[in-house]
Design a protein around this ligand. Structure first.
Ligand SMILES: [Zn+2]
Length: 61
């Protein structure tokens, strides 16, 4: 995924910065504890499609 694209992406809920998951399959908002899927390189910024992070994921490793 284009890192420039990541620069302009913000969380649709809190408008905060998103972090690309290591496997690049998700965009993570730590503030909300949500992960938005990236499908075929396209981020799906919909709350209804987002996954709730589990406790381990919420902690910054
Ligand atoms: Zn957020």
């Amino acid at each position: 995924m284009d890192t420039k694209l990541l620069d302009i992406l913000a969380c649709p809920l809190c408008k905060g910065p998103l972090k690309l998951a290591e496997d690049k399959s998700e965009l993570i908002c730590k503030a909300d504890g949500m992960a938005f899927p990236v499908r075929d390189g396209i981020p799906v910024m919909l709350e209804s499609e987002a996954r709730t992070l589990d406790v381990d994921e919420r902690l910054d490793k």
